[in-house]
Design a protein around this ligand. Structure first.
Ligand code: PEP
Ligand code: MG
Length: 318
């Protein structure tokens, strides 16, 4: 089956009733970008730029970052989307050269965009490096992580626009991760200002259920198919689509064969999946109808547990 999926990897993921879902990749490096192309990715939905910052003794310079983002952009087919997420550290992702004062609750403290707003020089340097890759061929989109308030988005966006204007680079789409419940609930308001949303189901699940995403004892319950999480994803899609914005999912649920029909049924426009999962997610979508996915999603949103949701969706689509 894998061989057949790979043979069709370059074909689009279109349901039996003609609904196209964009399938892009989650990457952390140039190697990943190249691998994603061989698996049929239609672009990159999440470059976790923290990987560019990890395993080093000091932060990468603007030149170093510009080189990496440009190389990755060039590895894609011309015009394909490349969503570069700005540095997402703190919480479970420490950096030795960027000390964050000890906190009682690191997942609720200096994390994601909050680190960038607290140390704007790091964010500005990264934004300039991203802007320098603008003409490398891919369609670059900037995305801010851990946005929980409109104020934080406005501050980050203002920094981006300041740097962009100073460099004379043409406008670029600027979007946000939707991975905190407040952002899903307020998607309507966010949609007036952001160009797109990408749902981070790993953190959205953690924050919705108040369960640490890495907790060994809670692991079986930390499930993105919990109806509370699905409801927030649906809320995000409603708010975004009302303003004509697109919504992707880049958390682990996008690579989960049982979640894919539900996300499609909820109306998600793009799935950003782990590189090895690209061919099978595409093959699965080609075997589904949008109408059936919508029925399943409606049932799932009314179910009373993640377990009940999983019972609705067949595991093996053969
Ligand atoms: C997520 O939270 O789902 C996500 C994609 O971001 P990360 O896993 O890098 O926190
Ligand atoms: Mg996250």
């Amino acid at each position: 089956r894998r061989a057949i999926e790979l043979e069709h990897a370059d074909e689009p993921a279109t349901t039996t009733d003609g609904h196209h879902v964009e399938i892009v990749a989650n990457i952390g490096s140039l190697d990943d970008a190249q691998a994603a192309m061989t698996k049929g990715a239609e672009g990159v939905g999440l470059l976790r730029s923290e990987f560019v910052f990890m395993d080093r003794r000091s932060a990468p310079t603007e030149d170093e970052q510009a080189q990496i983002y440009t190389d990755i952009a060039k590895a894609l087919k011309p015009g394909q989307p490349l969503v570069i997420r700005t540095l997402d550290v703190g919480g479970d992702k420490p950096l030795p050269y960027l000390p964050i004062a000890p906190e009682e609750n690191p997942f609720l403290g200096q994390r994601g965009i909050r680190v960038g707003l607290d140390r704007p020089e790091i964010l500005r340097t990264q934004i300039r490096a991203i802007l320098r890759a603008a003409d490398a061929g891919a369609k670059i989109n900037v995305m801010f992580p851990m946005i929980s308030t409109i104020e934080d988005f406005r501050l980050a966006k203002a920094i981006f626009e300041e740097e962009r204007n100073a460099m004379g680079v043409l406008p670029m789409p600027v979007g946000i991760m939707c991975e905190v419940p407040s952002t899903a609930v307020m998607a309507h308001q966010f949609a007036a200002e952001v160009d797109f949303f990408s749902v981070g189901t790993n953190d959205l699940t953690q924050y919705t259920l108040a369960m640490d995403r890495g907790h060994p004892k809670l692991a079986p319950q930390v499930d993105a198919l919990n109806p509370a999480v699905l409801g927030l994803i649906a809320e995000c899609v409603r708010g975004a689509h009302a303003a004509g914005r697109w919504v992707g999912v880049c958390g682990g649920a996008a690579s989960d064969i049982q979640a894919v029909p539900l996300l499609v049924g909820i109306g998600v426009d793009e799935l950003s999946v782990s590189v090895p999962a690209i061919p099978s997610v595409k093959a699965l979508i080609r075997s589904l109808s949008l109408e059936r996915c919508q029925e399943l999603a409606a049932q799932a949103l009314g179910a009373d547990s993640a377990e009940a949701v999983r019972a609705l969706v067949p595991l093996d689509n053969d």
